[in-house]
Design a protein around this ligand. Structure first.
Ligand code: PMP
Ligand code: GLU
Length: 394
């Protein structure tokens, strides 16, 4: 029956992060003692003040359709947040609230890309970028980076990747999966190239903005000449541990925001009303109210780096943000471990699942075939146990 499905879906890959999480859940339900380090999802509860706002919204009967682009007072809270945290001025007509940053990204692809338009993706990139671009008939152009440049794209690499068909560049900083953070100087370096190509648009995915251990997050929209062609993407999934509540948003030139609203109005309408109300409370709170989570991620990063550093064959950068490590494990390729031949990162990740009962994600899904991604959004106890098991089976 597969033949009756559209070419669109047949040619789409399943999200590797979600697939691995589903596999880990399935094995767990069969009674296996799996430690899941595959899904990028904070293990904290939603802060109480946000839960209270959601309960209040239920009692206040926020039960009708919201405006497609989000409640005006939520958009005002987002505008205030952009000003406070990023020094960016976005009017309410430049903001669109969606069902997760994932939908924000899908909206952008659908309203900006025509068939054959090229989208530069510095690799490693977040798993869904490539398939979202392809869904919109765009062509992902991967630019391989390596651990030597902390997995960041250089201006020279960007320049070389640009062709007459280049329409956009998409990247995340802090980066999922490498944890790398572009500083102001590095963004300025990319902007120098982009200023020579005024028709290229930038998607700046800043969903890990607050999970930054060095501090000093910089938005590329704030760099000279970039504001009018940058779409700044953000959301509450990561910083506020609200993954299941599904709220993301963009700040963009008005004509792009309008197009996203038009598209969303035909596909899903406004995002969940209760979650939108709760998001107002999240964004109006001082950033200090979530510092305890950031501090904990920082501690875990140091722990994970120290423990993995003891394993021969793990080559690591020092991630400055997000909650992932992305070790290069290509030194294991061609080796046979406990009877399993390891040819690539997928084999390695599967080996860890089968022999150590630890779920990770292959770097192939992020456009880097030499690495695996390990999420440290897990308790210290789980992290120690998981890495101990990994060490034992290697
Ligand atoms: N961008 C990046 C870089 C991510 O890691 C995620 C995580 N899911 C998203 C976007 C989407 O987030 P959400 O849809 O939960 O807002
Ligand atoms: N962004 C998270 C991750 O990379 C959540 C899963 C997903 O949406 O793909 O694991």
């Amino acid at each position: 029956m597969k033949n009756h499905l559209s070419n669109r879906i047949n040619s789409m890959a399943t999200s590797a992060t979600l697939a691995m999480a589903a596999k880990a859940r399935e094995l767990k339900s069969e009674g296996k003692d799996i430690i899941g380090l595959s899904l990028g999802e904070p293990d904290f509860n939603i802060p109480d003040f946000i839960k209270e706002a959601a309960k209040q919204a239920v009692d206040d009967n926020y039960s009708s359709y919201s405006p497609v682009d989000g409640y005006a007072d939520l958009k005002q809270a987002i505008a205030n947040k952009f000003k406070r945290d990023n020094g960016l001025t976005y009017g309410l007509n430049q903001i669109v609230v969606s069902t997760g940053a994932k939908q924000s990204l899908a909206n952008i692809a659908m309203v900006m890309l025509n068939q054959g338009d090229e989208v530069i993706l510095p690799a490693p990139y977040w798993v869904s970028y490539s398939d979202i671009v392809k869904l919109a008939e765009g062509v992902p152009v991967e630019v391989a980076t390596s651990i030597d440049t902390d997995f960041k794209m250089t201006p020279e690499q960007l320049e070389k990747a640009i062709t007459p068909k280049t329409k956009m560049i998409w990247f995340s900083s802090p980066c999922n999966p490498s944890g790398s953070v572009y500083n102001e100087e590095e963004l300025e370096g990319l902007a120098v190239v982009l200023r020579k190509h005024p028709n290229i648009f930038v998607v700046s995915d800043e969903i890990y903005e607050h999970i930054n251990f060095r501090g000093g997050h910089v938005s590329i929209a704030n760099i000279d000449g970039m504001y009018d062609r940058t779409i700044t993407v953000n959301g509450v999934s990561k910083a506020f541990a609200m993954t299941g509540w599904r709220i993301g948003y963009i700040g963009a030139p008005e004509w792009i925001a309008k197009a996203c609203t038009k598209f969303q109005g035909q596909i899903t309408s406004g995002a969940n009303a209760i979650a939108q109300r709760a998001t107002i409370a999240a964004l109006e709170a001082p950033v200090s109210s979530i510092k305890y989570m950031i501090d904990e991620f920082h501690k875990r990063r140091d722990l994970v780096l120290a423990l993995l550093g003891e394993i021969k064959g793990f080559n690591l950068n020092v991630p400055e943000g997000a909650f992932y490590v992305f070790p290069d494990i290509s030194g294991f390729f061609g080796k046979t471990l406990n009877g399993s031949l390891i040819n690539n990162a997928s084999d390695f990740s599967l080996y860890l699942l089968e022999h150590a009962n630890v779920a990770t994600v292959t770097g192939e899904a992020f456009g880097n075939p030499n690495c695996i991604r390990i999420s440290y959004a897990a308790s210290e106890k789980e992290l120690r146990e998981a890495i101990g098991r990994i060490k034992a089976v290697l």
